[in-house]
Write a protein that binds this ligand. Sequence first.
Ligand SMILES: [Zn+2]
Length: 83
Amino acid sequence: MADTKGKNPRKGVPLDKETADKLDPKRIATSQKPDKQEVAGQDSVYGDWTQCPYCGHVGWTSGLHTDYYIPVRCGACQRVFMA
Ligand SMILES: [Zn+2]
């Protein structure tokens, strides 16, 4: 996967509702307004802007990973996508 750190918002990938409903809610990150834009300790885990594929909302999301997608709940429309 391309390294999107510090570049344009990481574009979310739509996730069907059935799959989203099966996810553990505690493991879903939330895109929100940034309070602190600090990057987590490990290099591969970081915070960045993500863009909701449903409504286009761009929110700050921490816990993103450079090597794989994580589920993210949109801070605006509350739907879950992968980013
Ligand atoms: Zn949204």
